[in-house]
Design a protein around this ligand. Structure first.
Ligand code: PLP
Length: 415
């Protein structure tokens, strides 16, 4: 794909930077758990003339003229999202995952109401009530964590916390939790205190769509997700809910949180949901999980502390405290070697969030390139080499050369 054909003629500076980013996409092992390679079709839709169009409102009920094709594309995206997740209602307009959660809160909470969500330090997301986010500023936020011995969600503790703080909404879901989430138990807890239940499956949505991760839709009042992580679509958000909340959710998104919807992104979302409905998507997700599980097992074999002993999904969390290297130093050295992942706090971390004691590693993007077991074993070996010799430029250089060679065998964006 020629990413800069027209940009080149207009703005050489921007064209140059985009070309460098394409090169980085091609020549690095992208292992940030929340990232993926959106297909060329998704990128093309986002560059389409829908960029030009204002379409405030919803299909059949807009505030502008000339929206006949906007209605068609948005309805297609809605229908496919509903089919994919078996949901009664879908809103495909949120511009991001954060805005999906903010919109649900706006739909059913008043300022000062309480939220019970997963602690950021334990693996939750900012929008689940963290003090720095609007969810923690506008609402009274309470949090639950993981068990300090098992690093797993402890549903009895969550139930006790819910009884204590009586939240108006409970948020299930995480950014860095490698194990399955029991949404049925969350429903029971929510019912025991009369709370709404929101599942934020931003990370797991691709796996949920093909039933390789527990399905929250039957148990939750609201399900939110991003579309750009395991779902492999454009950057953006999606809200699913019961029909009885459809009006409240739609009004919260527009005009509550946003203005004109990004119709070019909605076109790309329609493609994303269409792709996820195809049989090949399930095979892809199966491989994503197999790769993550093997990566965890290989790192454990090399002596690393992989939290919870492995994973049920697309990511692993490695606690580097026994290895005398911080998350920051590991991530920087690995990136230099062409293995791009992120430092991550581990539960009960004593390091500050800019340093951290761990790394989070994901397999969606390298699996999208076609990498399988053989490559995972090699990558685990290189990660070990780099983390054990993080200041040795010779080692980093030699791993960089091997990464480059491997990337050359699994081309991306070469259509
Ligand atoms: N929810 C969860 C669980 C996430 O992990 C993320 C992003 O990492 C978000 C919401 C927010 O998504 P966005 O970055 O699109 O606002």
């Amino acid at each position: 794909m020629d990413f800069t054909k027209y940009i080149e003629k207009v703005d050489k500076d921007v064209a140059y930077i985009i070309k460098q980013e394409v090169k980085r996409n091609r020549e690095n092992l992208l292992m940030i758990a929340s990232e993926n390679y959106a297909d060329e079709a998704i990128l093309q839709a986002q560059g389409s003339v829908f960029t030009n169009k204002y379409a405030e409102g919803y299909p059949g009920k807009r505030f502008y003229q000339g929206v006949e094709w906007c209605d068609k594309i948005e309805q297609l995206a809605i229908d496919r999202a509903k089919q994919l997740f078996g949901a009664e209602h879908a809103n495909v307009q949120p511009n991001s995952g954060s805005q999906t959660n903010q919109s649900v809160y706006l739909a059913v909470l008043a300022p000062g109401d309480s939220i019970l969500g997963m602690n950021l330090a334990a693996g939750g997301h900012l929008t689940h009530g963290a003090p720095a986010s609007s969810s923690g500023k506008l609402y009274k936020s309470h949090s639950y964590g993981v068990n300090k011995d098992t690093y797993l969600l402890d549903y009895d503790e969550i139930a006790a916390k819910a009884k204590e703080v009586k939240p108006k909404i409970i948020v299930a879901g995480a950014s860095a939790y490698p194990r399955q989430i029991d949404f049925k138990k969350f429903r029971e807890i929510a019912d025991s205190v009369g709370a709404f239940l929101l599942a934020d499956i931003a990370h797991y949505a691709g796996l949920v769509a093909v039933k390789l991760f527990p399905d929250p839709v039957p148990y939750c009042d609201f399900v939110t997700t991003t579309t750009h992580k395991t779902l492999k679509g454009p950057r953006g958000g999606l809200i699913l809910c019961r029909e009885k909340y459809a009006k409240a959710v739609n009004s919260a998104v527009f005009p509550g949180m946003q203005g004109g919807p990004l119709m070019h992104v909605i076109a790309a979302k329609a493609i994303c949901f269409g792709e996820a409905l195809k049989p090949a998507f399930k095979l892809y997700q199966e491989q994503v999980i197999k790769n993550a599980q093997l990566l965890g097992a290989e790192l454990i074999k090399k002596g690393y502390k992989v939290l919870t002993g492995g994973t049920d999904c697309h990511l692993i969390l490695v606690d580097l405290r026994p290895d005398n290297i911080t998350g920051k130093d590991a991530a920087l050295a690995l990136d230099k070697a062409g293995i791009t992942l992120n430092k991550n706090g581990v539960p009960f971390d004593t390091q500050n969030p800019f340093i951290t004691s761990g790394i989070r590693v994901g397999t969606p993007a390298i699996t999208a390139r076609g990498m399988k077991e053989k490559e995972i074993v090699m990558i685990a070996g290189w990660m070990d080499e780099v983390m054990k010799n993080s200041t040795d430029e010779k080692v980093i250089k030699s791993v960089r050369a091997k990464v480059l060679k491997l990337c050359g065998k699994f081309p991306v964006y070469n259509r």
